[in-house]
Structure formats: C-alpha cells, structure tokens
Write a protein that binds this ligand. Structure first.
Ligand SMILES: *[C@@H]1O[C@H](CO)[C@@H](O)[C@H](O)[C@H]1NC(C)=O
Ligand SMILES: *[C@@H]1O[C@H](CO)[C@@H](O)[C@H](O)[C@H]1NC(C)=O
Ligand SMILES: *[C@@H]1O[C@H](CO)[C@@H](O)[C@H](O)[C@H]1NC(C)=O
Ligand code: SF4
Length: 322
C-alpha cells in the first residue's frame, strides 16, 4: 500500500513538474524579434539611442545558430535593424536567406535609412524579403539635416527604393519619428505619391536601458513633443490607409530587442540578458522584462509576409505587428 501511495505521490510530483515546465515554456514566446545586429551607423540622429561606437557583429555561423534557437523557441517574424543593417550587406544577405530558406520564417523585414540600399542587393535577395522599411522623418531635406539624418538626398532615394520594391515584389514601408523638428510638417502629398503599404509614425521616445550616452539623452529630451502635439500630427495624416500611429505609451516596452551580442535588452533599464548562444533563449527571456502583453495589444492584425495571394493575413491567419 505505501508503495502504491508513493508511486501516486511521485506521479503527482512528476505531473506537477511537467505542468510547470510546460507553463514556463509556453508563456514567453519570442514570436517577433528585432535583431539589431550592428550598432554601426555614421549618423547621429538627435533621438537615436544607438550611437554607441562598438562595431561588433556576430560571426555568421554563430548568428545562424542563434537564429535557429529562436526559431525553435517560436520566432515567426524577424526584423533586421541597426545601426544601419546595409553597412554589412554580406551578413544581412546571408541572414535573410537563412531565415527564409532554412528556418522558413513567415516574415523577414529590414529597417534601413535607405542610403546604402542597392538594386544589386534587392535583385539578389528580394525574394526573401517581405518588408523593407525605410526611415524618413521629413520631406524637407533641411529638416533631415537638422535631425541628423542625411545629407540632403533622402527623399529622392525614397522614390528609388519604392520603385525597386515594386520591381522585386517587396512591401514598401515608411517609418517616421515625429519630433520637435517635424511635428508641424504636412507630409500628405508625399505619402500620396509614395503609396507605402504602411506608414508608421512613432512619437519620439527616450528609451531607458539604452542609455549609453548622457549626450544622446540630453539631445533626445530637446526634441520631445507633447502628446497633444503628436495627436495633432496624427489628425493631419490619419486619413491615409497606410497610416499607423504609435504613441509613446504603446510602443515603450513591447519590442523584443536582440542586440549585436545576441542578448535581449531589458525594457525597464536593467542589464541585458546573457547571450542566447550561452544561456539559451528561455533563460535569456526570463532574465529581462519585455511587455509581451502590450505587444499583443499593439498587435493588430497585420499582413506581415508578402506571399498572401489576395488573402492579406498571411499563412497563420493573423500576425502580430512589431
Ligand atoms: C545611413 O547610414 C549610413 C551608414 O552609417 C550613412 O553613411 C548614411 O549617410 C546614412 N544615410 C542617411 C540618409 O541617414
Ligand atoms: C561614414 O561617413 C563618411 C563621411 O560621411 C563616409 O566617407 C564613410 O564612408 C562612412 N562610413 C560608412 C561605413 O558608411
Ligand atoms: C544612464 O547613464 C547614467 C550616466 O552615465 C548612469 O549613471 C546611469 O546608471 C545609466 N542608467 C542606466 C539604466 O544604464
Ligand atoms: S540613422 Fe538610425 S541608427 Fe543611425 S543614428 Fe539615425 S536613428 Fe540611429
């Protein structure tokens, strides 16, 4: 009898453990990851938190290993960002091919400032890119220069990239950071002509925990705008079908960010996790805070891959926006 009892007890214990294990592995899934694989970028945008000088980029085999681990843990979408991702075109090209062809991710996107994007690259890799997002904060080049982006040829480049995206079947997106310098601008005519599939307008934000330069932070404070100013910008532009506002409140802590050492960044200002290559994905996720819930809230249903053949919501029905 006691033997029986003990086996029941063991069974219960085992079941309990298994359940707990299941729980921890199912609650945190890195569905959508922003991989900032390089910090390198020549520019010094006033609001950028990425102006650190380290130039580390993971070796290709290690980066592939890391991405495989993430895919195993549930990643469906990856966004390559920087710094400026096109500063390392061979790395970038190899990674997007790997993500589509080997890992079969639903969505691969890149955020770029545009200036180093070439037709050669898009001809070669376009079939593996779902979305190309180009940052453009102003259609007035003087404003771009004041913000710290560009030398005055950004708008022209934007049209070129839009045409290349059409040619190679890539969804063209524009990202705009609304700040003190551009919040009064009327961008309607340009957006009309460029016709991006999505135009995301972020309210300028100070990111804690990315505080690698007191200078950057001071500058960013100078360009902050009030919620009312941001809303008035949104009012002026919200009639575009592509328009997606993202205010301070929404965006703050909901991005899952992997840095150039494949560490997750903590979204509350604490230290980053260990590298997923050393501690594994689950441990790394458990050691940082990121607001998975508001990621889901912000979510919205959004066509994040391009091969949707008329059905705009992708193979899994609906995706979560990043
Ligand atoms: C984009 O980034 C590259 C690399 O840092 C830089 O040389 C270029 O001037 C930048 N262009 C714009 C428009 O910011
Ligand atoms: C950085 O900027 C300088 C001058 O603008 C340029 O000559 C150089 O090629 C840029 N470096 C990279 C890596 O883009
Ligand atoms: C931010 O920078 C300041 C000044 O360098 C430093 O004292 C502070 O600890 C930093 N905060 C974080 C969260 O890194
Ligand atoms: S171009 Fe992008 S990464 Fe470079 S400084 Fe500006 S915002 Fe930062």
């Amino acid at each position: 009898m006691w033997l029986f009892n003990i086996s029941i007890l063991l069974l219960a214990l085992w079941a309990g453990l298994k359940l707990r294990h299941r729980k921890t592995t199912t609650t945190k899934k890195p569905i959508s990851v922003n991989y900032h694989f390089t910090r390198q970028c020549n520019k010094t945008c006033v609001f950028c938190f990425h102006t650190a000088t380290t130039s580390h980029v993971e070796k290709i085999p290690a980066a592939k290993k890391g991405l495989s681990l993430l895919a195993k843990a549930g990643m469906k979408k990856i966004n390559f960002a920087g710094g400026e991702p096109f500063i390392a075109p061979f790395f970038l090209g190899t990674m997007i091919n790997f993500c589509k062809e080997e890992l079969k991710l639903e969505s691969v996107s890149i955020v770029t400032n545009g200036s180093l994007v070439t037709e050669k690259f898009l001809a070669k890799h376009g079939h593996n890119i779902d979305i190309l997002a180009v940052s453009c904060d102003s259609f007035n080049e003087e404003t771009n220069i004041a913000i710290g982006r560009g030398k005055g040829e950004q708008v022209k480049k934007l049209y070129e990239i839009r045409d290349l995206c059409r040619k190679y079947g890539i969804k063209f997106k524009i990202n705009t950071v609304v700040c003190r310098y551009n919040h009064l601008e009327d961008m309607n005519a340009y957006i009309e002509r460029l016709a991006p599939f999505r135009w995301k307008c972020f309210q300028v934000l100070i990111v804690e925990g990315e505080n690698d330069s007191a200078q950057t932070l001071r500058d960013a404070r100078k360009v902050l705008i009030t919620d009312a100013e941001y809303e008035s910008f949104c009012e002026r532009h919200k009639h575009h079908r592509s328009f997606v506002p993202e205010s301070n409140r929404l965006m703050a802590k909901s991005y899952l960010i992997l840095d150039e050492y494949m560490r997750f960044l903590d979204r509350t200002g604490r230290a980053p996790s260990g590298s997923i290559l050393e501690v594994g994905v689950q441990n790394a996720l458990d050691s940082v805070f990121w607001d998975e819930e508001s990621f889901v809230d912000r979510g919205g249903v959004y066509d994040w891959s391009k091969d949707t053949s008329g059905c705009e919501s992708g193979p899994s029905g609906k995706g979560l926006e990043w």
